[in-house]
Design a protein. Structure first.
Length: 346
């Protein structure tokens, strides 16, 4: 069993890891921890003992986070996944090598993917708040609907009207919006009547899966967007969310379309992020850092099966028309300055 799979084999354990990860100095009793995450004391006690055995929690009179052991486990997870590298064998890699590659149309991203992004692939966009992942999505959506290709967009964090407005701002042209098909899971969350044909309760993951299947049966979908996976985890727990992600990624591969999934890279324990990374073909990271002149943004391609990619962090800005542009700022001291490539060339 992979290390992160043992860490996340129950939703209770995932909830405890997230709680301690976000509050590293937390100490509490099993009953207190159970109240914090809305679980029974009995099931919490059982999972606490397993986390103590792993050394990620320390048991005294209360449970507290073993930050040093947690760091060791994070490092072990990174090595176990061989992030940024592609194994020499494996059916997933072999299949990826046969897929045509396409330029992304974003110069800064095309530099990191010199051979292009696989035309059939599922990519996780790991993003810090304010990094602009919605702008990245808007670019790919605009690209597809301008070519009259169908897009299915599962929105859990925003109104469809706001997504359309961002796509319009970035493209600067008028659209026939017919190819853009929303599965609106956000309106029900905020108690607003939706104008979309497909409106689903975000708590009902089966309904989301069925809606995707129905749309794909009636349309030649070229892009599927899941925005965001973080919200699915918070609403339904990790195990159910992971199962839905596996199903949707499998559908995308079956229909040979692109798939982008967004996730907050700081909201969860690295084991949870690693679990999501293990399912997809590629990982694009967007980060934000405090700088003397304001917020500094940078991105890298951490993983992309079947194609050469550069793992160097490259700074970027977001222009007034919502596009990703190369930043004029100097790289921070902690940024990687050398060109680092990973991947298998066709």
């Amino acid at each position: 069993m992979k290390l992160f799979e043992r860490l996340l084999d129950t939703d209770v354990k995932a909830d405890l890891l997230t709680l301690f990860h976000n509050q590293g100095n937390l100490q509490d009793t099993p009953d207190g921890l159970a109240r914090r995450i809305g679980r029974s004391a009995a099931e919490v006690q059982r999972e606490l003992e397993d986390l103590v055995e792993l050394g990620i929690l320390k048991k005294v009179e209360m449970y507290s986070f073993g930050t040093e052991r947690d760091k060791e486990i994070q490092d072990a997870i990174s090595k176990q996944l061989a992030l940024g590298e592609i194994p020499d064998t494996g059916s997933a890699v072999s299949a990826a090598l046969q897929v045509p590659k396409l330029p992304t149309g974003i110069p800064i991203l095309d530099k990191l993917l010199p051979d292009g992004i696989p035309s059939t692939s599922a990519t996780l966009i790991l993003s810090d708040p304010g990094a602009g992942e919605e702008n990245l999505l808007a670019h790919f959506v605009s690209q597809q609907i301008q070519a009259s290709k169908a897009v299915v967009y599962i929105t859990l964090d925003n109104f469809p009207a706001n997504v359309r407005q961002l796509v319009q701002t970035q493209s600067g042209t008028s659209f026939d919006w017919t190819p853009l098909i929303f599965i609106d899971c956000y309106s029900k969350t905020v108690g607003v009547e939706s104008e979309e044909a497909n409106t689903v309760d975000p708590e009902n993951l089966s309904a989301i899966s069925i809606a995707v299947s129905d749309i794909m049966a009636k349309n030649a979908v070229s892009l599927m967007v899941i925005d965001s996976f973080s919200t699915i985890i918070r609403k339904r727990g990790l195990r159910s969310a992971i199962e839905l992600l596996r199903v949707l990624v499998a559908r995308a591969r079956q229909t040979k379309c692109l798939c982008f999934v967004t996730m907050n890279r700081k909201a969860f324990h690295p084991a949870i992020v690693a679990n999501a990374q293990d399912i997809v073909d590629g990982v694009i990271e967007l980060r934000t850092e405090e700088a003397p002149e304001g917020i500094a943004r940078s991105l890298r391609v951490l993983k992309m099966l079947g194609t050469k990619h550069m793992t160097t962090w490259i700074p970027y800005d977001i222009s007034d028309d919502a596009k990703f542009v190369r930043s004029s700022r100097r790289r921070s001291v902690g940024s990687s300055l050398g060109a680092s490539y990973a991947g298998t060339l066709p």
